[in-house]
Design a protein around this ligand. Structure first.
Ligand SMILES: Cc1cc2nc3c(=O)[nH]c(=O)nc-3n(C[C@H](O)[C@H](O)[C@H](O)COP(=O)(O)OP(=O)(O)OC[C@H]3O[C@@H](n4cnc5c(N)ncnc54)[C@H](O)[C@@H]3O)c2cc1C
Length: 407
């Protein structure tokens, strides 16, 4: 393999750990660290496997691929200047213990039902009728975990190409040189930079459906961007919350409800709610993309969802606008909380896959890797808690890639 090549100018760009929006950087440069080779018939860097998307799912999968098969060359291409800039760093930061329907079946450690009288011994200021206590549910900074997976990946020879917004694929001529036969897929970025690959794994999060369509994938499921807005408890009132507090989930929308979530940095977040975002990476009401809105408004699945859940959508919208409405819900759990104890917190946008029937898709969806698309696999849906299960998902994705490569 070639030695490290730093073939492109590096640009210092602001990091992406900030809250809210801030990702309008254009792709001005491409930086490659790690092992790769140059296709002898072109100047394109070439890799056995290219992973599109440097969120926790893509990075964990790329890491797993190289840990299992270190002789391969592998790169991650990411449109932002850092790893984990979107869902993977804009989330609740919870290591979920699979409580919803699988907790008991999976023997989640020390999980038990506690009675009303016992609740205050676990959460002094919390009230309720009954509760599930899961003492081993944890918290973490998933953005940092993503970066740490990225460090592991680089240590085993992986290359990371930042500021690379994939915009199209093309296939090389199978009668061409041996190198093109080995790396037949050409990935082309918005600013026309090219990378060649033998095989491609796409983990594009909020853009997973659009990337799948680039290779002839089906239109559905469509990604609906759903923004989750958090409130934050003021510092003087953080003592009210010791651990994570969740309401009983609504099976239709299990990710919702007024969660109280302590963060690694000591903050206490409340929420998130769920409101329709006006752009794929719409972290606030002012982030609007007419094209993104038109795309989902035209989708029959969205119209069915809206029709069947209009009252729910309206309620979430009003809760987003009027603090008092959220407060009412919060006080059912922590009666001491008042409006002055809360301030606006960060937000995240969830890639919510939606099928043609207007149903939210709750499981993973894969596309490609078959006769129609033998060298490209798409992970089209990686729903919450995909950060918690990223290492397990990575194993599944690596196995699928190895199967495809063995054909
Ligand atoms: C509000 C909220 C709270 C959540 N809370 C939790 C929690 O507490 N615990 C938990 O386990 N999970 C939680 N989740 C879910 C979890 O964050 C996501 O399931 C997970 O981060 C998905 O990772 P990903 O890699 O698929 O997507 P992303 O992190 O969005 O990564 C996709 C990457 O692809 C890149 N990309 C897209 N298009 C292109 C392109 N054309 N070219 C190059 N790169 C591209 C993007 O820039 C991005 O970096 C939460 C999610 C949200 C939104």
């Amino acid at each position: 393999m070639d030695p490290l090549i730093h073939g492109f100018t590096r640009m210092a760009l602001a990091g992406c750990g900030r809250e809210g929006r801030g990702f309008k950087y254009r792709s001005l440069s491409m930086t490659i660290h790690g092992n790769h080779r140059r296709d002898s018939s072109s100047t394109n860097p070439s890799f056995d496997v290219v992973v599109v998307g440097g969120g926790i799912v893509g990075v964990a999968a790329a890491r797993e691929i190289l840990l299992q098969k270190p002789h391969l060359t592998c790169a991650i291409v990411e449109k932002e200047p850092d790893l984990g800039c979107h869902q993977s760093s804009h989330n609740s930061g919870v290591i979920h213990a699979a409580l919803y329907e699988r907790g008991l079946a999976n023997k989640v450690q020390d999980m038990r039902v506690i009675e009303k009288s016992e609740i205050s011994s676990v959460e002094k200021y919390c009230v309720g009728i009954k509760a599930l206590h899961s003492p081993h549910t944890g918290i973490v900074d998933w953005g940092l975990v993503t970066k740490s997976f990225g460090e592991d990946f680089k240590e085993v020879g992986g290359a990371i190409i930042f500021n690379y917004e994939l915009s199209s694929f093309s296939y090389g001529d199978s009668n061409a040189t041996a190198d093109i036969a080995k790396y037949p897929i050409e990935l082309i970025s918005e600013d026309k930079k090219k990378v060649n690959a033998g095989y491609v794994l796409c983990c594009g999060g909020l853009f997973a459906d659009r990337i799948a369509k680039l290779t002839g994938g089906s239109r559905e499921p469509v990604v609906l961007p759903v923004r989750g807005e958090f409130l934050e408890l003021v510092e003087e009132k953080r003592y009210l919350i010791q651990g994570n507090i969740y309401p009983v989930p609504n099976p239709k929308f299990p990710f919702l409800g007024v969660h109280f979530t302590p963060r690694i940095d000591g903050k206490i977040l409340v929420g998130p709610n769920a409101v329709l975002a006006f752009s794929r990476e719409g972290y606030s009401y002012s982030d609007v993309s007419i094209a993104d809105c038109m795309e989902y408004l035209r989708y029959p699945g969205f119209r069915k969802l809206a029709l069947n859940n209009a009252s729910f959508g309206v309620e979430e919208f009003f809760k987003s606008m009027f603090l008092q409405l959220q407060l009412k819900k919060l006080r059912q759990f922590i009666p001491q909380i008042t409006a002055v104890d809360l301030k606006k917190g960060p937000s995240g946008v969830r890639a919510q896959a939606l099928n043609l029937n207007g149903e939210l898709v709750e499981d993973f969806v894969f596309d490609g890797g078959d006769e129609s698309n033998p060298r490209i696999l798409h992970c089209r849906n990686a729903p919450s808690p995909a950060a918690t299960s990223s290492l397990a998902i990575a194993q599944v994705l690596a196995d699928k890639m190895f199967e495809i490569m063995a054909k």
